[in-house]
Structure formats: structure tokens, C-alpha cells
Design a binder for this molecule. Structure first.
Ligand code: DQA
Length: 145
């Protein structure tokens, strides 16, 4: 059984660091990957950390995830609120799913309150900034075990 967790990041998350730092914090996505790698090592997990601005590429990665990974952590960015395609792919993947958001989407605009991803997620972590990724790894470890 693999101990590898696929961490997927959707559109505009490559802009972290300069993108609305008052909402998303000052860390870059590379900084967050570093935090994830360190926490994963402590938890005895491996991490495959990816980002794409393309919905189809995220779907492709989810479709093949089960071959190499035991769980998926996903921050789908704005696709969270629009993408039935990503929802369907997550359902088909047959892996535990932890949904993450840096910001508290329920304190924000109403169009961010609905998440299609949540329908396929075991749980959701939002509002804790980059710490949410580390919490998601802990949740993933529990779900894998
Ligand atoms: C986000 C919240 C989404 O509403 C937004 O479109 C993002 C980032 C977050 O991490 O808080 O791109 O997923």
C-alpha cells in the first residue's frame, strides 16, 4: 500500500505571495510545498505537489491518481465553485479526498459558499491559511490508515 498523497492546486494559486496577500497570506506556493514536504516527512507520508490553471489537466491528474497515491488533498481554487467535472473525477477516483482552502470561503462572497468539491470530500479545512495544508496531511494520514 502506497503512503503517497497527491496535493492538487487549482487556478491562480501559482500567484500566491503576490496575489491578495491580505486574503491568502504572504507565502508562495513553493513555500507551502516546502511546509507540506516537511510535515509529510514527520507523518511518514510522501507528497506529490502539483498546480495547474487548466481544469482538464486537474481532471487528468485525478483520473490517474489511484495508480500511485493513497489520498488526494485538493485546493481547486475558483473551480471549487464551478466544476462538476472535477467533482465527477474525484468521485470516480475512489480515493479519500481532503478539500482545503486558505481563506474562510463562508466569510466571503456568496458565490464562494457553494463547493462542488465538498460533495466528494471526506472533509473540508478552510480559513487557516497555509496551516490548512498541514492539517489536511494529518487528516489524510488518518483516512489512509
Ligand atoms: C481558495 C478560495 C477560492 O474561492 C478562490 O477562488 C481561490 C482560493 C482559497 O484557498 O481560499 O482561488 O480556494
Amino acid at each position: 500500500m502506497t503512503n503517497s498523497v497527491l496535493i492538487l492546486n487549482g487556478p491562480n494559486l501559482n500567484m500566491l505571495g503576490t496575489r491578495e496577500p491580505e486574503v491568502y497570506g504572504k507565502l508562495t506556493l513553493a513555500d507551502i510545498e516546502e511546509l507540506c514536504q516537511a510535515r509529510a516527512a514527520e507523518l511518514g507520508l510522501n507528497v506529490d505537489f502539483r498546480q495547474s490553471n487548466a481544469e482538464g489537466e486537474l481532471v487528468d491528474w485525478i483520473q490517474t491518481a489511484a495508480a500511485d497515491h493513497a489520498a488526494i488533498i485538493i485546493n481547486a481554487g475558483a473551480y471549487t465553485h464551478t466544476s462538476i467535472a472535477i467533482l465527477d473525477a474525484l468521485r470516480a477516483a475512489g480515493l479519500p479526498v481532503v478539500e482545503v482552502h486558505l481563506s474562510n470561503i463562508f466569510q466571503r462572497e456568496e458565490y464562494r459558499h457553494n463547493s462542488y468539491i465538498s460533495e466528494a470530500a471526506n472533509g473540508v479545512i478552510c480559513g487557516f491559511g497555509s496551516k490548512g495544508y498541514e492539517l489536511a496531511l494529518e487528516a489524510a494520514k488518518t483516512l489512509i490508515a
